[in-house]
Design a protein around this ligand. Structure first.
Ligand code: 28F
Length: 641
């Protein structure tokens, strides 16, 4: 597809045009969404190609630069994309890779690129969704360059633009995302790039990834981990205390499936398990994770019995028992992965379950046999957990809803709605009695329930389930939701399809929100995954102008609104007080009523990121937590509109 005069367009040009045009018409089909997440996906598409070159053994360094103009440059020191004419397309391989859908070698068989899901759609998709793309290849002592613009049209075919030293090889790509496609934002978030760049370095041991942000002064990170996922586990455990010395590392191959596992137990009660397939995060787990988990439970039980740590007649330890305090990273490489689940991030290949179980079982059993002292600690931790589980079961009885509504009203705390239809029912969890008072008055009694939360709820990150269930505020929440908790969680019993956290926008409000989200993330995770959890957005400013009062959420909206007023307008701008000071009508009209409120769905974009955030927020030393909340309170959870 070059700038040939129209009469010379041949079929391949037409076909290429249609291909990339299709991507621009339905970008969501190729990158999921055109929100901030889709925007960042462009970077990973290009980086993945460089990582493939590293996996092939030819590239040691990858550099990712956010340029001043907002474009992104990715560099690798691999072999350089082939510059010869591609047999099938008659144009250079570089132009083929960047203008023909799925032309990257990834689909031509071999390699580990995925065919399904959002990954591996190829560089041509990035080209289609960019204002311009510039590709430079260093190869055979020459510098080749090709330029594309407006969704992948070739402005300059691959041409030699200079010489370079013979030992200089590699590929450098710079692209500018197209604001026509990415209407929400075309601004790259350095922290999002940093988390994923670090993750890729953990997952590809020895690969050095340099991230730089030229929009600011000396903003740069270098990630390289010779220990790979062992160092990943070490990082995940940095805010908690390991209870045994070694980070267990397991790796093996069977039927073309490679499995790597790193694990270490800490003195906490939560399990923090992160699994990946071909470097892609699988927060919904899948057969690789299930195989490892099943093996872990079986081996710990059999080792416990064989070494008289578990009485023969005692009940078996459950999966939850053996995973208490467990930090584990699972990285599988599967030639032809099938992704399933709500967000296509669950591995479905059934044959992988047995393979993962086999590889893990043999090596983990060997570790326990070779480290009896650490094995004893691990088994005893699981036994303690099983005892607490039994205790929690008793405590849990307290939260079970005995009958219909009368019980909830008896709780006194919950002001329930009259509708019994969960799909239209909403529950507002409100901080503070005065705000709850206004909410009760301003609500729609048919569909809106109000549950006041007093002060700080228990920090669930540091407490075990039996103690959590001992906390009355949390018991009230569990009862109100109706789903039960943890292992017994049953989403079909959910009584409100919208759970709306309504707290002030100040640090305390953010802290309460984060504690609630930790509770939901730890014990009600499907509620978040299935999009039932929201944050109410009380307005920050009121603008009185003539007879109209306008409420806006933040400074941006304030400035946008003020621009719409006539020059001579003298609007009266008021900084909204907290929820507690709003009168019921104001609270209803600005924050609660379906017609006028703005809710933000809580969507944990990356379990690793969330996990780390929760550990910082709920970890031991208060200082990092206070600092983190102050700096990030409203960004803590990735809020998707
Ligand atoms: C900044 C982004 O895209 N790096 C890449 C290579 C190297 C080869 C390659 C890429 C074969 C036919 C598909 C070189 N020499 N960085 C990158 N480095 N693609 S992408 O081959 C392309 C495939 O079409 C390469 C020998 N074999 C492969």
């Amino acid at each position: 597809m070059t700038n040939k005069p129209i009469e010379h367009y041949d079929s391949s040009d037409i076909q290429v045009l249609e291909g990339l045009e299709a991507v621009r018409k339905r970008p969501g089909m190729y990158i999921g969404t055109t929100s901030a997440r889709g925007l960042h996906h462009l970077v990973w598409e290009i980086v993945d190609n460089a990582i493939d070159e590293a996996l092939a053994g030819y590239c040691d360094d990858i550099e990712i630069i956010v340029n001043k103009d907002g474009s992104v440059t990715v560099k690798d020191d691999g072999r350089g994309i082939p510059v010869g004419i591609h047999p099938k397309t008659g144009i250079s391989t570089v132009e083929t890779v960047y203008t023909v859908l799925h032309a990257g070698g990834k689909f031509g068989g071999g390699g580990y690129k995925v065919s399904g899901g959002l990954h591996g759609v190829g560089a041509s998709v990035v080209n289609a969704l960019s204002k311009w793309v510039d590709v430079t290849v260093y190869k055979d002592s020459k510098i080749y360059n090709a330029k594309f613009s407006n969704g992948g049209h070739t402005d300059q075919s691959l041409t030699v633009i200079g010489d370079c030293s013979p030992d200089r090889t590699g590929t450098t790509v710079t692209f500018m995302p197209d604001a026509e496609i990415f209407k929400e934002t075309t601004t790259f978030d350095y922290d999002v790039l940093r988390i994923r760049a670090r993750e890729l370095a953990f997952l590809n041991k020895g690969l050095r990834i340099i991230l730089r942000d030229d929009r600011e002064e000396n903003k740069k990170d270098i990630f390289v981990y010779e220990g790979g996922i062992k160092e990943f586990v070490k990082m995940l455990n940095k805010n908690v205390t390991p209870i045994h010395e070694d980070i267990v590392y397991i790796e093996g191959v069977e039927d073309d499936v490679t499995l790597e596992v790193a694990l270490q137990y800490n003195d906490g009660y939560n399990s923090s398990i992160h699994s990946f397939v071909n470097n892609i995060t699988t927060p919904e787990g899948g057969t690789h994770e299930d195989g490892v988990k099943n093996s872990l439970t079986r081996i710990i039980n059999s080792y416990g019995k064989a070494n008289k740590l578990l009485k023969d007649n005692s009940d078996a330890l459950t999966g939850d028992d053996v995973r208490e305090g467990l930090t584990m990273v699972i990285s599988a490489k599967v030639p032809d992965p099938q992704f399933e689940g709500q967000t296509k991030t669950k591995l479905g290949n059934s044959e992988v379950r047995k393979i993962a179980a086999n590889i893990f079982a043999g090596e983990f059993e060997r570790f326990l046999l070779e480290h009896p002292d650490q094995a004893k600690i691990i088994v005893e931790k699981a036994i303690t957990a099983s005892r607490a589980r039994v205790a929690a079961k008793k405590a849990r009885e307290l939260t079970r809803r005995k009958g219909g509504l009368e019980l909830t009203n008896q709780w006194g705390k919950l002001t329930d709605c009259s509708s019994k239809d969960a799909t239209i029912s909403e529950i507002f969890i409100v901080e503070g009695d005065s705000a709850a008072g206004s909410a009760k008055t301003g609500r729609d009694p048919a569909t809106q329930a109000i549950l006041p939360i007093r002060g700080k709820i228990l920090n669930v990150e540091k407490a075990r389930l039996d103690r959590i269930l001992g906390n009355e505020e949390i018991r009230t929440i569990i009862t109100a939701f109706g789903t039960g908790i943890g292992e017994e969680f049953d989403i079909s019993k959910l009584r409100y399809h919208k759970i709306i956290i309504m707290t002030d926008a100040d640090v305390d409000g953010a802290h309460i929100r984060t504690l609630l989200l930790t509770l939901f993330y730890r014990y009600f995770r499907p509620l978040i995954e299935q999009g039932h959890v929201y944050a109410a957005q009380p307005p920050l400013y009121s603008i009185k102008h003539g007879k109209t009062i306008k409420y806006v959420l933040d400074d941006d909206e304030l400035n946008d609104y003020l621009k719409t007023l006539p020059e001579n307008a003298k609007p009266e701008i008021g900084r909204m007080k907290g929820l507690g000071e709003m009168d019921p009508v104001e609270l209803r009209d600005t924050t609660m009523s379906i017609e006028s409120r703005v809710l933000k769905r809580i969507d944990l974009e990356d379990a690793v990121q969330a996990d780390e955030i929760f550990q910082i927020l709920m970890g031991e030393d208060v200082e990092p937590r206070r600092k983190f909340i102050e700096e990030n309170a409203l960004q803590v959870m990735n809020l998707d509109i």
